[in-house]
Design a binder for this molecule. Sequence first.
Ligand code: 13P
Length: 300
Amino acid sequence: MRIIKYVDIMSAKNEGRKKIIISPGIMVSPYARETARSFGIDIVEYSRNKREEKNMRKLFIAGNWKMNKTNSDTVKLLSDLKPRVSDAGEVDIMVAPPYTSLTLAAEILSGSNIMLGAQNMHHEESGAYTGEITADMLTEAGCSWVIIGHSERRKYFGCTDELVNKKLKKALQKGLNPIVCVGEQLEDREGGNTFEVLRRQVTKGLEGITDLVTIAYEPVWAIGTGKTASPEQADDAHKFIRELLADIYSPEDAEKIRILYGGSVKPGNVAELMAKENVDGGLIGGASLVAETFSQVVKF
Ligand code: 13P
């Protein structure tokens, strides 16, 4: 259980924030509440029900397990997760375990409200590509989603915008729902090049694509670092991405597309991120590896 403490109020004050948004399950220490009041900082509760009231795009919370969990871990995690989120109405939930656990995960998740995705795929139909996986293999294993162009694929495995585009075309052709990841490095942000990088990644990645796809904005400096983009930084980037999507598709279609935020999302910060108009869900790494924390993120 996360508790908002004095230090959280002080960091909000130092960041010049006048409002802290928390989900109803989060506790606030009496001293923190008093300190917030003395600085004129409002502590506001926000839950996923508020999104429904405002008719926002349907929330989508996806867990990217990355290179974690053996088959026996997968059984434990998913058996624990399923009952925790079975009553999470109005949220699309997806998990992306490693390839080796996909078939097993599909069996466990059958009939549940948790969808299955993969973390990557190859763009060719089949062939001599040692160590790679095709779209058909994923659909047959039970996947309906695939993550494409994650920054770790771009950084460590040479995934380029051109490859993202090829993978995307193949995924769509095979009926998989892609989540296309974009996001700037720290030096891009510090050099004022965030929007330029996003423009390149989105326009090149989506070149020639007419189907609507889900996007994940994951600032690389916020992944696994504990440093989250502020809700305002996330919303600005998402708004910019939506403008790019309006040019690529149409303004009406851009309004339908869900843009997820990824980078150190946790039970303690999910509410303030999801309260933003252009943030339609989260792609969760570390916090998706424990059933309790992932379910708290899903049901903020
Ligand atoms: P963390 O939530 O661990 O920062 O990872 C984010 C991510 O890369 C999800 O794809």
